[in-house]
Design a protein around this ligand. Sequence first.
Ligand code: ADP
Ligand code: MG
Length: 347
Amino acid sequence: MSKRFPSCIRLIAMLLAVLVLGGCAPQPAPAPEPTAVPAKRSGVGFYFDTVVTATLYGAPEGTLEEIWAECDRYEKLLSKTIPGSDVDRINKSAGTPVTVDPETWEILRRAREISAMTGGAFAVTIAPLTAMWDFTGGTQRMPTDEQRLAALPLVDDSAIILGENNTVTLPAGMEIDLGGIAKGYIADKVAEMLMGKASGVILSLGGNVYVLGRKPDGTTYNVGIQDPDGGSGSVLAVVNTTDRSVVTSGIYERKFEKDGVTYHHILDPVDGLPSRSDLASASIVAASSMDADALATACIVMGSEKALQFMRDKGIEGVLITRDRQVFKHQTSDTFQLNMLADIPVQ
Ligand code: ADP
Ligand code: MG
């Protein structure tokens, strides 16, 4: 190519290159730069039996891959069904202490705390019961009353012993299922990793959303709250916020119908049956996605009255939607704004 240019032009080009690259010669004043639009990168992954999506503004190349690597690492640590995971080893320990990753230990510490705080409505030791139901595989498996009642005494998060040096001891017969809290923890950790690395982030792990920074146009984010009666993609309300997690638990997420009865995946630890409270969904807005995840699950079990009282007592912010489409909000800060897309009063 260069052969086509006359040698004088090549000389000028070389001189220019030296000026630009060398940087030691006097520089002309730089022309005003057009406002740079941060690069947008988005991707979809599948971890923890759920769809994970990430949209990043202004993040360096390779950031999406870092996110997937983190999801993969956490899945291998926290999945109940991956042999050799921390949770698998705890569940097979038959009462003997197991040394786990400090992160697993920390999740269990907080899970136990939230279980106590919610009067047992949230319980990771629900595992023996969740194992008796199949809400995802299409087999419509459910326990007999006898099986269900026999498993109930195994549900008690206060029995999890968290020892020194990251040891966990679980009484024989008991098992744990982090399905109601792990995605929140992972969302927190991924969000932490992205802070300062991207100018805007929308991260979603199933129902767990974390938003950071701003969109390139300077606005904050609208996180949708699904219409419990409308199917996936139908939005009943939006939460406008940033630097917050918005976590929704809903009885419409994973379910099956048998003999005219709908069975969904949030179990009441009191009887081991899908919660029959008046709530169809609970959305919690918080800086901690782990807390929001566990608390949203707990609120469904508690029902609107108890959940609202609990939220007021503990200063927890969020939105509850009942099966008969009443909407309740508890808000103590200006960190978010709830906008209804349907003509339903917010109570
Ligand atoms: P999703 O996982 O669909 O986002 P949740 O955060 O509400 O929904 O968690 C539901 C999952 O948590 C269930 O699939 C099960 O693994 C577990 N789970 C069910 N009931 C409870 C409960 N009462 N306490 C703690 N975990 C629960
Ligand atoms: Mg949850």
